[in-house]
Design a protein around this ligand. Sequence first.
Ligand code: OGA
Ligand code: NI
Length: 333
Amino acid sequence: MAQVKVQAIASMLHSKDTIPPEFVRVEDEQPGATTYRGPAPAVPVIDLADTDRVVDAIADASREWGIFQLVNHGIPAAVIGELQRVGREFFELPQEEKESYAADPRSGSIEGYGTQIQKDPNGKKAWGDYLFHNVWPPSRINHGMWPRQPSSYREANEEYTKYLLGILDKILDSLSLGLGLEGSALKKALGGEEMDMLLKINYYPPCPRPDLALGVVAHSDLSAVTILVPSDVPGLQISKDDRWIDIDYVPGALIIHIGDQIEILSNGKYKSVLHRATVNKEKARISWPVFCSPPPEMTVGPLPQFVSDQNPAKYKTKKYKDYQYCKLNKLPQ
Ligand code: OGA
Ligand code: NI
């Protein structure tokens, strides 16, 4: 049976101030109770075109924050605008039409339309639906999982992906140089041209109780790097110095998350960022992360340069698909 999507539940709610109990987070997760409202430092905003400073800026932000906003990244606003338009139009299609893209848990693939990806120990649900499909490399793209409506969906996504490849290279180059490695070192360790790019569209319907629910619960991304297009409805929060703080919306910026694989390769010198998504009372929130990861069979572990008797490996060396299996099933790594 098809999973009931949050968008369908939200559209049937009659009450303006209650939500079904399975969406009410336990108290220490509730954004109303746990968001830090005091003055907080802002996540670094980095100019990708500032060639003199960009390497240090990306390396510093990835050591201290695990997240930064990237401006002057070279993707035309119209290309991002189209990506957003076609994604939003997909979620505005009738429910039955979206269900024809439903993710099939038996397929062994994450691709498709769904809700609630991780098991929750308290049986709670997140206030959001999603669409996943691969965008790179061409050999791993399954166009059957890409929406056929709106008709410009494919072109808009292909155009956006073309730009992403160059940006990912620049980020990995800076991260490598920031560790004293050759510019190509991290990309090589992540599979080079075989790196996977998986697009997710998060759709968080308006929620009568944004103080009690979460769109995505606290997690770090399993990817190496995540490149996210936000919308102007903010909601992304990160945990910094044990406080949940809001990320400002910077028009036109891409939000770059350092994921677990970069933390592992650098043996902890770079940090993957703990983050979560809140929801909005009046407006739907949409975000477009692209998870850039090694191919499933690639073996990942701390690079030998960062392991010594004084500084032992903090992470296992194993296949990326094994890291993925443990993460999705909430098993120890
Ligand atoms: C995610 C995620 C954040 C957001 O999907 O992994 O962290 O702002 N999303 O939607
Ligand atoms: Ni995430």
